[in-house]
Design a protein around this ligand. Structure first.
Ligand code: PLP
Length: 432
């Protein structure tokens, strides 16, 4: 063990010790970089072993295309999705099937649909359309999911950052902002095993979010509840998330909560089923907008999924967890061994989901991502977890441990932690 890795915060070391470490880590990085490798910690997608868990999807149709209510799934129609698929949505989302639309292969696509419907047609069959506002603003808890931010940018919606706290977004701040500005129309939420922080919102946070549309100055405010990791536990029983639907019914805001989920990380990430849940008026408006785009979803795929998963989602997700648990454990182990004592980084230890969020000393994220790239490791671009790609402290790095093998993950984490140590040592030396 090298001096400084033995349990002492890096900032407390005398300058000569720091210089020695800087040289040692420079040499170590040169050695591991020389391997001509192509490592990647940026891909938040299932690994091939996980995909194989769903290969039996192929055999569930076996010539029987008729759904339980007699629908021939090979034919046109059925914009709300077949009954069995909506039941599957209910099992995943914990919302009655009657309030769910089962759609195509992507929940992101449904988020786009909701935003464009809110903007152009309105969500409630009346004259409330976002496009009639002077400007449209959306509250964005940060760090968050980059594609939510890209959607807002695509539609010209201004993003207003809200800090992400341990139990969810800072809702006092959100309520103050939403109450003061009728141009604030929505808030993004990833309530369970959030991307990238991995935390699950507390009951109080869920209740406060359900109340938010009633407090907002805009009468067309919505909560965008992207429950992408609803059943993606690493340990059983996993984190419990309160039902925003139940709180919203009590608060009279159910038509202002729009929930999303999909089977993307349950079966095949590119060939699953997406779901959106809300009140009857919202679903009606979405169907009206969707009917211009398509005559109906891929119901054969919906039937395939329902036959494969209905009643056994928990069991199926336990098999995913068996594969993912060692990967998340390895990431935490290497971070702890390499950085734990040095007081130069903090990271999350999620109970589920797809990501670990790593916070460095301020001002180092871009540098570390660039150093890693030079050493053969691709990381998510620094800033991607913030709107407009701007991390104000330049310190957040998102780690996606799921895709590669344990061996690749180990090599990638070695490079990442070396880059973090080296960049931190150089920063401290420059300050000394
Ligand atoms: C929070 C979150 N929402 C949505 C998605 C994408 O979902 P889908 O494949 O259903 O479009 C992801 C994918 O990484 C995600 O992390």
């Amino acid at each position: 063990m090298t001096v400084g890795e033995s349990g002492q915060p890096l900032a407390t070391l005398p300058k000569p010790d720091l210089q020695t470490l800087e040289r040692t880590w420079t040499d170590a990085l040169a050695t591991v970089s020389g391997a001509n490798q192509q490592l990647d910690l940026s891909r938040g997608k299932p690994g091939v072993e996980q995909l194989r868990l769903s290969d039996a999807l192929e055999t569930t149709i076996a010539g029987n295309y008729i759904s339980a209510d007699g629908t021939d799934t090979r034919n046109y129609g059925g914009l709300m999705g077949i009954a069995e698929a909506r039941d599957l949505g209910a099992e995943i989302m914990g919302v009655p099937a009657a309030e769910i639309m089962a759609a195509g292969n992507s929940s992101l696509n449904l988020m786009h649909l909701v935003l464009s419907t809110a903007l152009n047609l309105g969500l409630w069959g009346d004259n409330r359309k976002w496009r009639d506002s002077d400007s449209i603003k959306v509250l964005t808890p940060v760090p968050g999911y980059d594609r939510h931010f890209v959607l807002c940018q695509h539609f010209g919606m201004e993003m207003v950052n809200i800090p992400m706290l341990e139990h969810g977004p800072d809702l006092q701040r959100a309520a103050e902002l939403a109450a003061a500005d009728s141009n604030i129309k929505a808030i993004w939420c990833v309530p369970k095993y959030a991307n990238p922080t991995g935390n699950t919102y507390s009951d109080n946070t869920v209740e406060a979010l359900a109340a938010l549309p009633g407090q907002a100055a805009a009468d067309d405010f919505i909560v965008l509840w992207d429950n992408a990791y609803a059943v993606h536990h690493l340990e059983q029983p996993g984190d419990a998330l309160a039902s925003i639907r139940d709180f919203a019914i009590a608060a009279g805001t159910a038509e202002h909560i729009v929930q999303f989920a999909s089977t993307s990380k349950i079966t095949f990430a590119g060939a699953g089923v997406g779901f959106v849940a809300s009140g009857a008026k919202v679903l009606q408006s979405l169907v009206a907008h969707l009917s211009v785009q398509t005559v109906g979803p891929d119901k054969v795929n919906q039937l395939r999924h329902a036959r494969f998963l209905n009643g056994r989602v928990t069991e199926h997700m336990a098999a995913h967890a068996e594969i993912l648990r060692p990967k998340f454990a390895l990431v935490d182990q290497i971070l702890t061994e390499q950085l734990g004592a040095l007081a130069i980084a903090e990271w999350t230890k999620p109970n589920g989901g797809y990501f670990v969020s790593l916070d460095l000393l301020p001002g180092l994220a871009k540098q570390v991502v660039a150093m890693a790239k030079e050493s053969g490791l691709v990381l998510t671009p620094a800033g991607a977890t913030f709107p407009y790609g701007v991390d104000p402290d330049d310190r957040n790095v998102r780690i996606a441990p799921t895709f590669g093998s344990l061996q690749e993950l180990s090599g990638a984490m070695e490079i990442l932690t070396l880059c973090v140590k080296l960049a931190s040592a150089r920063k401290l030396l420059a300050q000394s």
